[in-house]
Design a protein around this ligand. Structure first.
Ligand code: FAD
Length: 386
């Protein structure tokens, strides 16, 4: 079986390429597009590996009531508009179809489902990308694995004793599953608010709990606000700290629907509880709320465990970045990470990463570091050779 059809293949279970792109969401597809434009050929010079079953990145897993009209601001991928989409259709379908068309139009040849398990040193300056469908080696890696695969739930005393249902945003089934229930929603971001607004219409009672006081932002979400939020996250990753999500620093843009919910008391927030009991949640001061379900809208972390063998982390726990490049290892780029974790940021990061990868490969070639040869001793073909 040789479904790894790269031109520089080294055998049934692997292939040599210039660049491996991990993930085919917004960030991975934007990177693949720019690689292609720069002259890298899909399948021969680079591969895109994605663990999900279908096109769409994480959007394919989002709940049906997150319609296209309810997403914040979905930026188009480079080179193809997303125009005329029906705002009432689920965003999972709209974006899935758009990404599928995009992959076809630019011949990106995404391989799926292929899960990258680990990235290691190959020993010759190249990287060894181990997957559940064979091993690739590459001179550079663009990591675009998003956060959906790493849901985050804070630890709270007694959590495991809760007799009801606990569900994270990543498994949110839609509001109907909570009809007639008493529901506690935890989290201060947009997902928490969206869950609350729709669950409160069918539930017996809802309670909103956030760690920090939520910040509602009036007026349009203009580019100035976006830039300020991105700058905050950028500073963190430049200093080797774990990123916060861009959305967490933008505040909650107030909509008409939210204003109504606030007036009716649905958006009255309580501070974080101290314990979970079989019956509900409890605060140290004596307050308690009975619950049938707890919805954890508490965010995600970067899904980068497969990079652990490369030891990219700083003592601060994060990965120090210079733009999209990992400071400790110039072969590795993280796109859709930290400050570029939005559809607009992911697109820009893809372009920046490709520019940098090209320069890196050229320098490596000029510096004579690329003693790497293809089978038969011919120089590896690729954009850097042109
Ligand atoms: C509920 C929700 C709503 C959002 N709404 C908006 C919005 O309205 N506007 C906006 O700009 N942003 C929004 N965001 C943020 C936005 O979704 C992301 O910033 C952007 O779409 C993520 O793109 P990505 O390519 O980085 O990641 P993803 O879309 O998550 O794609 C990553 C891909 O990598 C694959 N992958 C992961 N690990 C591996 C592995 N080990 N091996 C192989 N493949 C792997 C995954 O299967 C996936 O297909 C939202 C996020 C959430 C959670």
């Amino acid at each position: 079986m040789n479904h790894l059809v790269a031109g520089n293949g080294t055998g049934a279970h692997g292939a040599e390429v210039e660049v491996v792109v991990v993930g085919a969401g917004q960030a991975g597809l934007a990177s693949a597009y720019h690689l292609r434009r720069a002259g890298f050929e899909p399948g021969r010079d680079f591969v895109v590996l994605d663990r999900s079953p279908r096109p769409g990145g994480a959007w394919q897993f989002r709940w049906p009531t997150l319609t296209y009209g309810r997403v914040h601001a979905m930026n188009a991928l480079p080179g193809m508009e997303l125009a005329g989409a029906d705002p009432d259709r689920p965003s999972s379908e709209v974006v899935g179809e758009y990404f599928a068309a995009y992959e076809r139009a630019f011949g990106l040849r995404v391989r799926r489902p292929v899960r990258v398990r680990a990235v290691r040193e190959a020993g010759d300056g190249r990287l060894r990308v181990e997957t559940d469908a064979g091993t690739w080696t590459a001179r550079a890696l663009i990591n675009a694995t998003g956060t959906w695969d790493r849901p985050f739930v804070p630890r709270v005393k007694g959590q495991e004793t809760f007799a009801g249902r606990q569900v994270h945003t990543s498994r949110y089934p839609g509001p109907d599953a909570f009809a007639g229930e008493r529901v506690v929603v935890v989290g201060g971001g947009t997902s928490a608010v969206q869950h609350l607004l729709e669950i409160s219409r069918v539930a017996a009672a809802t309670t909103w709990v956030t760690r920090r006081e939520p910040v509602f932002v009036e007026g349009p979400f203009d580019s100035g606000r976006g830039r300020a939020a991105v700058a905050l996250v950028e500073e963190r990753v430049r200093n080797g700290l774990p990123p916060r999500s861009v959305v967490s620093v933008t505040g909650l843009p107030m909509t008409e629907e939210m204003r109504r919910a606030r007036d009716s008391g649905v958006l009255r927030r309580l501070p974080m509880f101290d314990r979970v009991t079989p019956e509900g949640v409890v605060w140290d001061g004596g307050r308690s709320v009975a619950a049938d379900s707890i919805v954890w809208a508490t965010g995600f972390r970067a899904a980068i465990d497969h990079l652990a063998p490369l030891r990219l982390r700083e003592p601060g726990g994060g990965i120090r970045m210079e733009g999209t490049r990992v400071a400790r290892d110039p072969r590795i780029h993280l796109v859709g990470y930290g400050p570029s974790a939005s559809t607009i940021g992911a697109g820009r990061a893809g372009r920046a990463a490709v520019r940098d990868v090209r320069a890196f490969l050229s320098r490596a070639r000029e510096g004579g570091r690329d003693a790497v040869t293809a089978r038969g001793g011919a120089p590896v073909r690729g954009a850097a050779a042109r």
